[in-house]
Design a protein. Structure first.
Length: 498
């Protein structure tokens, strides 16, 4: 790893992970930089096991791009874990776990170490469809939905709830609204899930535990509405984009049973099942799916009555994009495809570092520029959206996310810009970052678009290419040049220019 600690860039890093799946630590090394935009992963119990969002293992039986037999999962070792305990939890032998990870000593396990596991479903899960895809994503279906007005009209605990978030007191409706927007997850789904698991929307929790765990995840490290909803939104995104883009259709239940996603499901329903599965045994899962469905219908009516087809990434009409910096400049690609926001979202983002000798956190003198014509929309801290259809709504049409732009001299939201116009300076602002860089991702109708997916990101002739691991991959130019994202600054390897 070198003399410098590797960077962990979290688009919404509120907590550091102790035992959550999905992370392999990447970032700064002695030679230079590699950026990472990982999940909002609260430190929690070693039992906080989740499926990774890795592609299927090589050799897995496939049907339409989806594994039919097994899925590879990354597990980050938590304090107190043993190899035997991990093997038992995932239904593997210690010998198979050692062999899969090239290990020889079962006692040489270290917290933070990332293990690769092959997960084989015991059988398919229930074929229960709960919500359409367009309802799971914060897209056109939500243009006329006012979260605050809806919550204010309900008699439950959520209406009057408030808690500190980043040192500021936020009401319950504001927390739901913010989480939905940051993760681009439908707020009606969040509200129905919370109502089903705790009754917070329309009443007071009957179970004392529900007062601290409104999304139903009993974990002291994730107590409170803010942490619960961040976990839930990332978990829903994980299931949704695993189903649609990463070929992982595994649900791990609370008792360790491993289910495959039933082929009759849609991505939105699988996402709800994934989130509930972590809290449920197989016997409980069907009943809890019914509870979410019933809560949704009580609050909002039939979800399928407003169902619209989700966006087809292959048909998403993006205009030609330039590189997000001025012509004549050279930047460095330090992160290949990874999550747009959190671990769960599609591997939508790429990371770039401007030229210069300075390392660590600083406001770079270079400018991040508009990759196309559009209107700027202010986002979270350090975040700006470039709305390409010009309607000023991120929920409709094509949009491009910029993250880690300094507030100083940043072009304000509402400004119409042309391709190449200045937007802001790269920095560490937004989330948790210990090295200056720019994170850029795409969205269409509120859905994160995989950078190396069916409609790959193309920046001035450079097409994003993925790899088996998050943050790996690179860029392929139309003239044959290839660049590979790396923890370095090497001519001909990860330098990128117009």
């Amino acid at each position: 790893m070198g003399a410098l600690a590797r960077l962990v860039d979290r688009p919404v890093a509120r907590w550091l992970a102790a035992g959550l799946v999905l992370a392999a630590v990447v970032g700064v090394a002695a030679r230079g930089l590699r950026t990472r935009s990982a999940a909002p992963s609260p430190a929690g119990s070693a039992a906080a096991v989740a499926e990774s969002h890795a592609p299927p293992a090589a050799g897995a039986a496939m049907l339409g791009g989806v594994p039919t037999a097994e899925t590879r999962v990354s597990y980050t070792v938590a304090p107190g874990d043993t190899l035997g305990g991990i093997a038992a939890r995932f239904g593997m032998s210690v010998e198979a776990l050692l062999e899969a990870n090239g290990l020889s000593d079962p006692d040489a396990l270290q917290a933070g170490q990332v293990l690769q596991l092959q997960m084989v479903p015991d059988h398919d899960g229930p074929a229960v469809r709960v919500v359409p895809d367009a309802e799971l994503v914060l897209g056109p279906a939500y243009l006329d939905f006012d979260v605050r007005a809806f919550v204010a009209a309900q008699p439950g605990r959520l209406r009057d709830h408030a808690e500190l978030v980043d040192g500021v007191s936020l009401g319950g409706a504001a927390i739901v609204e913010r989480v939905a927007r940051e993760f681009s997850v439908g707020p009606r789904v969040l509200l129905a899930f919370v109502e089903a698991r705790s009754g917070w929307v329309t009443g007071a929790p009957a179970d004392p535990a529900a007062a601290d765990y409104p999304a139903g995840l009993v974990d002291p490290a994730r107590a409170g509405l803010w942490l619960q909803l961040n976990w839930l939104a990332d978990r829903l995104n994980g299931g949704y984009y695993d189903w649609k883009t990463r070929g992982n259709r595994i649900v791990t239940l609370r008792d360790g049973v491993i289910l495959g996603g039933h082929p009759d499901l849609n991505a939105g329903s699988f996402a709800v099942q994934r989130a509930l599965g972590f809290q449920s045994t197989e016997a409980e899962l069907v009943a809890r799916l019914a509870e979410v469905d019933a809560a949704y219908r009580r609050l909002f009516g039939d979800p399928w009555a407003r169902a619209a087809a989700g966006p087809d990434p292959a048909a998403a009409p993006f205009p030609e994009l330039g590189l997000p910096w001025a012509q004549g400049e050279r930047w460095w690609m330090t992160g290949g495809p990874h999550g747009g926001w959190g671990n769960g979202s599609a591997w939508a983002a790429l990371d770039f570092v401007p030229e210069g000798e300075e390392r660590g956190c600083f406001v770079a003198p270079q400018w991040a520029t508009a990759v196309a014509d559009g209107v700027l929309i202010d986002g979270a801290v350090g975040e700006v959206w470039l709305d390409l259809d010009g309607d000023g709504r991120r929920e409709t049409g094509p949009a491009v996310q910029y993250l880690h732009l300094a507030a100083d001299e940043r072009t304000p939201g509402g400004t119409r810009v042309r391709r190449g116009d200045r937007i802001g300076h790269p920095s560490c602002e937004g989330g948790f970052s210990n090295a200056t860089h720019v994170h850029i991702a795409r969205m269409y109708d509120g859905e994160w678009l995989a950078a190396a997916g069916a409609a790959p990101m193309v920046l001035a002739g450079w097409r994003a290419a993925g790899a088996a691991e998050v943050y790996d991959g690179g860029l392929h130019h139309t003239d044959g040049r290839v660049r590979t994202a790396c923890e370095c600054r090497l001519d001909g390897e990860n330098d990128v220019a117009w």
